[in-house]
Design a protein around this ligand. Structure first.
Ligand code: SAH
Length: 218
């Protein structure tokens, strides 16, 4: 791994700096998020054959019909989740290659991430371990039910789209917590769910395109 890291290390640092500039142009303002995106070597989360495209603003295939989200959407969702404040405990549904979890690990104290496809789970766990991201815990499970035994979370992020807003997951939010998730089938929107003492508030943000939330383990 270290050879690979060193091999494209310099190039990817420059490429990463360009990615940060582009994220700023796209409206990402949170400096902590931009720093996190600069920190995480995105090219190590995709197949070697795709590494040269890792910093383009596109989603890329990661096998098993799944994709790594485009940089803008990872940055945007993290920015909304953070809301300018440090995060304590965060839950992610849909680890995929582990990239979003690695970015979250830079801005949160503890990250729990759940993946239903075993080979993806194993690869993400290995990758995050190699990068010494000790505050990320990867779980092999159907994330539909969240992780009630570890709730409440002050942030919940979903990397796959459910047809409707999940009532189960929002119950695992702490008071003052935020959940960011895509909702819908063909037409999907990013939603923000905020919890306060009185209840929940939902805000529809922007159109998005995510892979679907699926049930059960695979
Ligand atoms: N955050 C990821 C994006 C992965 S794509 C990244 O940074 O690369 C979405 C992932 O959600 C896929 O890997 C898919 O297998 C997973 N997923 C779909 N339904 C799920 C469920 N019920 N529980 C856990 N993971 C699920």
């Amino acid at each position: 791994m270290s050879t690979r890291l060193n091999g494209i290390g310099m190039t990817s640092q420059r490429t990463r700096a360009r990615m940060i500039e582009r994220l700023r142009e796209q409206g990402v303002k949170d400096e902590a998020v931009l720093a996190a995106m600069f920190e995480v070597p995105r090219h190590l989360f995709v197949d070697e054959a795709l590494a040269s495209r890792a910093y383009d603003d596109v989603s890329l295939p990661i096998n098993f019909n799944q994709t790594i989200s485009q940089p803008y959407i990872v940055a945007r969702m993290t920015e909304i989740l953070r809301n300018g404040k440090p995060l304590n405990r965060v839950l992610e549904i849909g680890t995929g290659c582990g990239y979003q979890a690695a970015v979250l690990a830079q801005v949160a104290k503890d990250v729990y991430t759940v993946e239903r496809i075993q080979p993806l789970y194993e690869r993400a766990r290995r990758q995050l371990r190699d990068l010494k991201m000790r505050n990320v815990s990867v779980r092999y499970a159907d994330g539909t039910a969240g992780l009630p035994e570890l709730a409440p979370f002050d942030g919940i992020i979903m990397a796959c789209a459910a047809p409707t807003l999940s009532a189960v997951l929002r119950e695992q939010l702490a008071v003052g917590g935020r959940m960011v998730l895509p909702v819908g089938m063909q037409e999907q929107w990013l939603y923000l769910v905020e919890r306060d003492e009185r209840g929940f508030r939902e805000t529809r943000l922007e159109p998005v395109k995510f892979v679907p939330l699926l049930m059960g383990k695979a």
